[in-house]
Design a binder for this molecule. Structure first.
Ligand code: SPV
Ligand code: MN
Length: 624
């Protein structure tokens, strides 16, 4: 029985909860109804009717507006709620517990007291929506169930697009206590319907109870429980249970004429080409953001997409650079656009391949060219982090195994960094341990497009730094030890699409297709490689053929030489830089730390042998 005042919940919703027969679900709802004090409660199940209730509610309540194209809506987040709020995201820890320095923490008891205070009565006069989701495919060894409580229709609508429905899964669950839960409130709203009390924004991750409490925000990275909030809980759970929860895409690579598909996962820090890699024409996408990886029967690592949709950056989606997504966003289907420009019921965004209107409605309200935000800064037509929310099965390139309960076999892993002067476009790790090193030393470089100094390198191990809520050394050890579970560990590669010479990129945007085909071929032993101190690089002849077959384009020896020249001194600087970060973290495993010395030794020896710091790939010998 659920103890809730019948004035605020209708009989239909009560029956839906009764059918679950889950005491913990009832306890959680009772507790947070008591704290948040909503005026009305509605339970959302997996039915079409309930989903339609959410869709139409989002528009009726004004959280979304319908655009002209059928199924398209637009949502705005507040001016200071346009991205994940790292400063106000905290992990609750018991006294004495420690995690990496990069993550904010607060003592659990004090943190709970504080957030319960902020939550007190936060849903007065509002409707609480209760919904159920499944992280990973349904009826799968990967499935994790999640309960969401929120006063936002936009949050629930995003979730019914991005996640698999879970109400029927909850009915079937065996261990009825084992689920994540998320409580969200947008808090008090301003005249535009945006969270008003930014100073009281809190995103508190409670590992002990496997829950996240989040308030006074709307941007999906802060509010949608199942996305980055659940990733944090999953990293913690995976650590205890011997699997991996990663900030990775999952994609199938289909080499022409070879009649096979090879699945890869890939981790790239923000703005390093992750979604565009997963969307490379001719390949198939399983997921673009979060993967669970488990070693299954026969020692084979398999991966699933935790989500079923994409919450993607819309800037630069245009017919040339991202034809698949562009087509999907400009035809009738269910899409939520967020923080783009709305002019006469049509969505516009930056670098969409056409001129933008000079006025319209955007995230500051009525906008016209030159308009300034509350902080006096000029506001672009659409936010740089404006996004679209869409289902993957709406895309022509969705993979046929995207929902397979057993996931897809992982044969390769790609770590993609961004630097203008160090890594070649693609390099293969010598072995699993070297690959873990490559992932753990990922760096991204700021660009002139973001505020602050360009070219500043930030360290982002496995592109997962913001979410590593366990001690950092433990996370690295887990990756190193994962090898022992597998029969044939996947090959690991590192890419860099951003090498420059005299301020100009050394590669075309779509060259990544060739790197993908090369890494796929390496998994199957189709190409030889060249052993270098930093790993294995492609031979010129193979790339020349691949460029010809793929784009009908000549690939010159000069281009190859510039792109794949070994820049030893720059590599040594990176190793020193990243090593100093790891040295500040406790319990980083010895076999990992050794890699720094090993790498440095290889590079110093090459400098000595060749008598110079930059070495042409033509001077190095091929190997298997
Ligand atoms: C990212 O920033 O990595 C995203 C978007 O995928 S967010 O939902 O903000 O995490
Ligand atoms: Mn992401």
């Amino acid at each position: 029985m659920i103890k809730i005042d019948k004035q605020i919940i209708d009989e239909k919703s009560v029956q839906k909860l009764l059918a679950l027969n889950n005491d913990k679900v009832n306890r959680v709802i009772e507790e947070f109804v008591g704290r948040c004090k909503p005026a009305k409660i509605t339970v959302i199940t997996d039915t079409k009717e309930d989903m339609e209730y959410v869709r139409s509610g989002a528009v009726e309540k004004g959280e979304e507006k319908s655009l002209k194209m059928q199924g398209h809506t637009i949502h705005f987040d507040g001016y200071s709620d346009q991205a994940r709020d790292k400063d106000r995201t905290c992990v609750l820890l018991e006294p004495g517990e420690k995690i990496t320095k990069a993550i904010n923490t607060i003592e659990r008891k004090a943190g709970l007291e504080e957030i319960y205070g902020v939550m007190d009565g936060c849903m007065k006069g509002k409707e609480l929506l209760i919904s159920f989701f499944c992280l990973g495919p349904k009826d799968s060894p990967f499935s994790l169930l999640a309960l969401q409580l929120t006063d936002s229709y936009y949050v629930t609508h995003s979730e019914i697009i991005l996640y698999r429905p879970g109400y029927e899964q909850f009915k079937k669950m065996k261990d009825k206590e084992s689920f994540f839960y998320f409580v969200h409130s947008a808090g008090e709203l301003d005249a535009r319907g945006n969270s008003k009390n930014v100073d009281k924004r809190r995103i508190y991750v409670d590992l002990k109870e496997e829950r996240v409490l989040t308030i006074n925000n709307q941007y999906a990275g802060n509010s949608v429980g199942l996305k980055k909030l659940a990733l944090r809980l999953a990293i913690h759970k995976a650590y205890k249970e011997d699997w991996l929860a990663e900030h990775m895409f999952v994609m199938g690579i289909h080499p022409q004429g070879k009649n096979r598909v090879t699945y890869f996962t890939g981790a790239f820090p923000s703005a390093c080409g992750k979604t565009s890699t997963a969307m490379v024409p001719g390949q198939t996408v399983v997921g673009d953001d979060i993967a669970y990886i488990k070693v299954m029967k026969g020692g084979i690592p398999r991966a699933v997409n935790v989500e079923q949709g994409i919450f993607g950056i819309i800037q630069d989606v245009n017919p040339d650079d991202d034809p698949v997504i562009y087509q999907s966003l400009t035809t009738p289907r269910e899409v939520i656009f967020s923080n783009v420009l709305n002019k006469d019921g049509k969505a516009y965004w930056l670098a969409m391949g056409q001129d933008l209107p000079k006025d319209g409605e955007n995230y500051i309200g009525q906008w016209k060219e030159g308009a300034k935000g509350p902080d006096g800064k000029e506001v672009p037509a659409a936010h740089k982090n404006a996004r679209y929310t869409i289902r993957i099965n709406e895309l022509d390139n969705s993979d046929e195994n995207a929902d397979a309960p057993e996931g897809v076999p992982v044969e390769g892993i790609i770590y993609g960094g961004r630097d203008s002067d160090t890594s070649p476009p693609v390099v293969e790790a010598r072995d699993w341990k070297h690959g873990v090193f490559m992932g753990a030393t990922l760096e991204s470089e700021t660009t002139t497009a973001t505020l602050g100094k360009a070219g500043v390198r930030t360290h982002d191990p496995m592109a997962n730094l913001d979410f590593i809520v366990i001690p950092f050394g433990s996370y690295i050890k887990k990756h190193m030890d994962f090898e022992k579970q597998m029969k044939n560990p996947p090959k690991i590669f590192r890419t860099n699409y951003f090498l420059k010479e005299n301020g100009k990129f050394l590669n075309e945007k779509l060259d990544k297709k060739v790197w993908l085909l090369w890494v796929e071929g390496r998994v199957h032993g189709d190409y030889e490689a060249i052993a270098t101190p930093i790993g294995l690089i492609p031979k010129y002849d193979d790339l020349r053929d691949l460029f010809q077959e793929t784009f009908g384009r000549e690939y010159s020896k000069e281009d190859y030489e510039k792109q794949f020249t070994l820049r030893c001194a720059n590599f040594i600087q990176r190793i020193d830089r990243v090593e100093s970060v790891f040295k500040q973290e406790p319990d980083v495993p010895e076999n990992f730390l050794k890699q720094f010395d090993r790498q440095r030794e290889f590079l110093n020896k090459a400098i000595q042998d060749f008598g110079k710091e930059t070495i042409s790939p033509f001077e190095l010998a091929p190997c298997k």
